[in-house]
Ligand binder design. Sequence first.
Ligand SMILES: C[S@@+](CC[C@H](N)C(=O)[O-])C[C@H]1O[C@@H](n2cnc3c(N)ncnc32)[C@H](O)[C@@H]1O
Length: 262
Amino acid sequence: MSRILALLYGAACYAVFLATFLYAIAFVTGVGVPKHVDSGPPTTLPLALAIDLALLGLFAIQHSGMARPAFKRRWTWIVPAAIERSTYVLASSLVLVLLFWLWRPLPLRVWQVEGEAARIALYGLCALGWLLVLSSTFLINHFDLFGLRQVWRHAQGRAPSLDTPFVTRAFYRIVRHPLMLGFLVAFWAAPTMSLGHLLFALMTTGYILVAVKFLEERDLVAHFGDTYRDYQRRVPMLLPWRRPRPRVAAAVPPMRSAGLER
Ligand SMILES: C[S@@+](CC[C@H](N)C(=O)[O-])C[C@H]1O[C@@H](n2cnc3c(N)ncnc32)[C@H](O)[C@@H]1O
């Protein structure tokens, strides 16, 4: 019974994530939804800044805090391991829903691209950014990242945590963080950039740079050791301009390692 409940809970969390992800695309591009980055009750500049920065800060604390290995070790004393990832996905989605709901617009126009062809090209680039985000999740392991694999294995009576392969194929051959690069492209490729959208793009860019460099990569080095250090040396972090360097043969241990904490 508890296995079925865990499976249903994981599926529900995944459905909430999927709806939130689709809404995020509409929120950032300002297309197809009534409440987006440039809509909401008119607010004075200082109050709008305070609310928006608090919402972004809340997301950063929740999203990075709950992903720390030390937090997860304590958290799984309370929450069963099988649904830990689903709960993380649910919490991240709910904080984002709060951000979409309470976000205050700052409508001052920072830039507006006029030509029809250039506007379409920027919308196309933005769509490519979102596609890069989604396809990168499948390269890592989409169903593991969003908790479905864990509850599915639990339902079958198997252990929820399992080997996590170290991925260096496809986009991961060009940059170390294609998923984050996709977000950056999606947030900045805007034919019309308002002050509110600019605030969102600047703050999320800062968060991505800090979180990737000082949190995620430290965890990856701690877990994969010299394999990841060699990968850092060969492949650029986010900008694909630098050509990947050849592998140092001696520094590359086996490509699979058990239980990478996500
Ligand atoms: C949301 S994904 C983002 C991955 C990466 N930062 C990116 O932008 O493409 C975060 C998870 O991916 C894992 N991860 C990051 N790079 C990886 C790699 N090359 N191989 C396997 N897992 C990786 C991290 O351990 C983390 O749990």
